[in-house]
Design a protein around this ligand. Structure first.
Ligand code: F6P
Length: 539
């Protein structure tokens, strides 16, 4: 096995060589390309054959994964070692979706009994709210849930709800994240406190935005129901049980999780209680099972047939080999439209780091910008730039093979767009074809000379396709776990800790200094621009 530096050099050389060729031509020279680069895992079909790597490039990427000891790191993660070294914590979101009899330990301590005890409480609570056994203070059943949280305490449950919500929910679910009074006012304007359960979700229970919204929600409940009535409408999810008690949430309405679950990996825990209530427990359990199926695959499949590893290596090939500094993720699914927002936190908070656990610089450039929205909408927005812009942005296009939702015929149209875009990105459109078409239409030679270059598509834009056989709780769980493990593999190869987030601290501290200055006091020491803005906004 090559050492890591040699493996990086080989990858960069291989990417340079592949980058000078056309992806579509790889298929002519590599008869095994499709079978090597397509996989079926846990209800997902992955096609990485439209990626920029040729056979030598893929081999170099796999060598890099071996040289970085992805397999060893994977064993340390599943083994509950303190791989989040800056916080001395294990990383065990995989335990949250494992069956009760699985053997997971965090830093040597068994965790499954605690995990299952919380799941049992969550299920009992979800069932009781849904059946009306748990009611509001005035005896009315809950018809709506207000989920308050931000970042990992919001993005996952929000996506989960969109992906799996019933057509006509018996319990509606709304989310508030931002510390912007407008969001609170707009969201609660047509809600009835008598029929609303407020679930406050904060791992630390110190997050400014969440506490501000939680206090506003409590005041909103108290106004309608009085102090003791309000408490009956509260539940909380946190690892800080002392703080939830101080906020007034009855103990039996507090659901814990553990410091070995990072915020952006917490949607498998009680953080998604609101979704479990609004969708029903079976839906949530199906989601957990799908995640567990992907874990099983990630843990046992050899690297060359391992879906999260291959998706990570395609990213590394593009990012480090070909210097592509952004990636777009486009689900051709309205239900998955928030996937890119979720991945922004998952990938950019996990891997947006420049130094590794020993303070050494990262091996190479790390997380890229991730952006995206739902197809086909984005075809009428930023896809012009994806097809003909000066920079090449690799894409992940996600589709759902079968869907019975909505009017007949629409799903095939959606799928045809998905496939057409992936093909167009790779194949492009040659100038000769454009010239022939214009000639056939009788366009003059002079006009053709100016029009043809503008209508030419260079193609050679790499993409990965992920197709869910259906959008079910299981396939959705498998999809999210795929991205989690992809993020982990990248972090291992880049030699960074994917599980801390010191980068979000500085802004919080500085906002804490500026707030009293805005509210009243004298302006403190700042740069001239900030000082001028504080003085202006104070007025
Ligand atoms: O923004 C940083 C962060 O700590 C995220 O990692 C986390 O998901 C989010 O804030 C919310 O934190 P909490 O759940 O503790 O309120």
């Amino acid at each position: 096995m090559a050492d890591l530096d040699t493996a990086w050099n080989r990858l960069e050389d291989a990417a340079k060589a592949a980058g000078e060729k056309r992806i579509v031509e790889f298929f002519d020279h590599e008869p095994g390309r499709l079978s090597a680069l397509t996989l079926d895992v846990a209800g997902l079909h992955l096609d990485l054959s439209k990626q920029a790597w040729d056979e030598a490039g893929l081999e170099a990427a796999l060598d890099l994964a071996h040289a970085a000891d992805v397999e060893g790191a994977r064993a340390r993660m599943f083994g509950g070692e303190a791989i989040n070294s800056s916080e001395g914590r294990a990383v065990l979101h995989t335990a949250l979706r494992a069956p009760a009899d699985a053997d997971f330990k965090a830093l040597g301590q068994p965790v499954m009994a605690d995990v299952d005890a919380v799941r049992v409480r969550m299920k009992a609570f979800a069932d009781a709210v849904r059946s009306g056994e748990i009611k509001g203070a005035t005896g009315k059943p809950f018809k709506a849930i207000l989920h308050i949280g931000i970042g990992g305490s919001d993005l996952g449950p929000r996506l989960l709800w969109d992906a799996l919500r019933p057509m006509k929910p018996s319990i509606d679910l709304r989310f508030i994240a931002n510390v912007d009074g407008a969001e609170f006012a707009l969201t609660t304007a047509d809600m009835d406190p008598e029929e609303t359960l407020v679930i406050v979700v904060s791992k630390t229970f110190t997050t400014q935005e969440t506490l501000a919204n939680a206090s506003a929600a409590r005041a909103w409940l108290v106004e309608a129901l009085g102090e003791s009535g309000a408490n009956q409408h509260l539940a909380a999810i946190s690892t800080a049980l002392d703080k939830t008690a101080a906020f007034g949430v009855p103990n039996e309405r507090v659901f814990g999780f553990w410091d070995w679950v990072g915020g952006r990996y917490s949607l498998w825990s009680s953080v998604s209680l609101s979704v479990a209530v609004a969708c029903g427990w079976d839906v949530f359990q199906g989601f957990l099972d799908g995640g567990a199926a992907m874990d099983e695959h990630f843990r046992s499949a050899p690297l060359e047939k391992n879906a999260p590893v291959l998706v990570a290596l395609a990213q590394i090939f593009n990012r480090n080999g070909l210097d592509r500094r952004a990636r777009s993720v486009v689900p051709y699914s309205h239900r998955l439209r928030r996937l890119a927002s979720f991945l922004q936190q998952l990938e950019m908070e996990s891997n947006g780091k420049s130094v590794g656990p020993n303070g050494q610089p990262a091996a190479r450039g790390t997380a890229t910008v991730v952006f995206g929205d739902e197809g086909t909408n984005v075809q009428h927005a930023y896809f012009q730039c994806m097809h003909q812009g000066t920079d090449i942005t690799p894409m992940e296009l996600i589709g759902v093979a079968k869907s019975d939702e909505g009017p007949a015929g629409m799903h095939e149209k959606l799928l045809s767009n998905l496939l057409a875009q992936a093909e167009a990105f790779m194949v492009g459109r040659a100038t000769e074809d454009v010239v022939a078409e214009l000639k056939a239409k009788g366009v003059s030679e002079a006009e053709i000379a100016t029009l043809a270059p503008q209508r030419t598509f260079a193609g050679n834009r790499p993409s990965t396709l992920v197709v869910l056989e259906r959008l079910t709780p299981r396939t959705f769980g498998a999809l999210i776990a795929l991205y989690e493990h992809k993020t982990f593999v990248e972090g291992v190869i880049w030699r960074i800790n994917s599980f801390d987030q010191w980068g979000v601290e500085l802004g919080k501290v500085m906002a804490g200094r500026i707030l009293p200055e805005l509210e009243s006091g004298a302006t403190g020491q700042h740069d001239p621009s900030t000082t001028a803005l504080i003085q202006r906004l104070k007025k």
